[in-house]
Write a protein that binds this ligand. Sequence first.
Ligand code: ADP
Length: 562
Amino acid sequence: MSDQSSLPPTVTDEENIFERNLPRRAANHAVLTPLSFLRRSAAVYPDKIAVIHGEQHFSYADFYRRCRALASALTAAGVGPGETVSVLAPNVPPLLEAHYGVPMAGAVLNAINSRLDAATIGFILGHAQAKVLIVDSAWLDVVREVMEGNDFGARVVVYHDPGAEADGGTPAGNAKMPGSATDYEDFLASGDPDQPWQPPADEWLAISLNYTSGTTGNPKGVVYSHRGACLNALGNVMTFGLDARTVYLWTLPMFHCNGWTYTWAVTAVGGTHVCLRKVEREQVFAKIREHGVTHMCGAPIILNMLARGEGDDAPLEHTVEVATGGAAPPTTVIRALERLGFRVTHLYGLTETYGPATVCVWQPSWDDLDPEQRGIHMARQGVNHVTADEAIVADPETQVPVPRDGATMGEILLRGNTVMKGYLKNPAATDEALHGGWFRTGDLAVWHEDGYIEIKDRSKDIIISGGENISSLEVEEVLYAHPAVLEAAVVARPDDKWGETPCAFVALRAGAKASDEEIIDWCRERMARFKAPRAVVFGELPKTSTGKIQKHVLREEAKKLA
Ligand code: ADP
């Protein structure tokens, strides 16, 4: 390889003595990729435990070998550069291994939200053109349903989790594999664990693909680069204070923005990943005590779950750092968690920004504030992550920053290396999202004098329930398909447990009848359960003079019902 091939152009200013004859070379310029974290940690800490799953313990040497075996097996199965490998699984070792093995083979990892229904999973597998699907055996029924609708031709590899029962999950042993499927461990055994691998030729190449339900019915495929993944992971290391003593419990789904890139961050420092099939309160506390967990992440629903039954638990013997995002954590929950021994960090971001883009950086001067004031400060979304270039609040039309007065509303705009490459096969949506040199978040906020951002509202039509996005449009489409429904609109209703739940406003056809239960059941049968409305309000819908449904009026109505 020539020492300058495929490197970005350098400044060639002959007048500048520092640039003359000093171009980038292979010796001083390597692509940024999180894959090199594993190579280093395996060299530095070969015997240290990298991954714990139930009774299974994998050292860093084992972890690296398993990932290389996966890469080798994928290559042998014909998976080439720029092709997709999808995974449908809870937080078990194969999903973590896929974060390394898949891109080591030059391919792109697509971790699918395991709570989705068969129709949406089928859409994703087709859109991503998946060549291989690695599936946990507890999801085989869903996969069968998908295949009945459309045999998209991916090779199926099935993981039978030896720890399923012990970890509180579904017993997996008796689930039958589809005819041509391979067992995951056999698949790994067919690969070479010493297989050499190359970093990508260019750090801008794709490493992963994460689907997000934006404002339209069909999910959009957000593409991450090696460079962005590497930088966001390192940003996490600094923001959340990870080091080689870190024991990280997987309470955040790895399919959410690649676990907000903690899948790579924890490996970067040689920390220990503790897998968890199912997030249950007792299990979480048991794992914290058993393994000395130091760090974990989760949507506020996870924090709520930990805070519940607070009185029954003795406080933890050591402080556990917990980072949350997806919604602002309520003050009462933060206080309950602090009493239990957790320290809460508040993050904000989107799938489009590799998860965390801003953090509510704690200021020492806040230490002396009364609990209520501390809560008010902590509820802010904060300032840009150290590796995210800029986060501003600006007029959505002109993109001119709003004054830092804590009162003027604007849209949060982000730019930098940790903004997605774009949406897969969707140039129009990519251009719209990245127009004007900024990524438009659709989140409405004020900017405080101290530079901290605080979210006030959302301009996009999504509902965020228990950390999962629900497109109102998708629910409305299902409602409109009901024979008795004339018009329908779905908005968020505030909810103590879930943050928000979908609330449907429905106008029935003249003479038609339907009960709220009937409407809710109709939705449940046609979409993932968490997306179905929890409440239905019948009556005429408020409209503008041009006939547009006034969702802001309905949002206010829904608040009153909360
Ligand atoms: P994630 O998978 O990280 O939840 P999504 O793309 O699904 O990312 O959701 C992103 C949206 O969630 C944001 O646009 C915003 O509306 C909301 N959100 C994320 N973090 C926060 C937060 N800390 N406070 C308020 N809203 C948040």
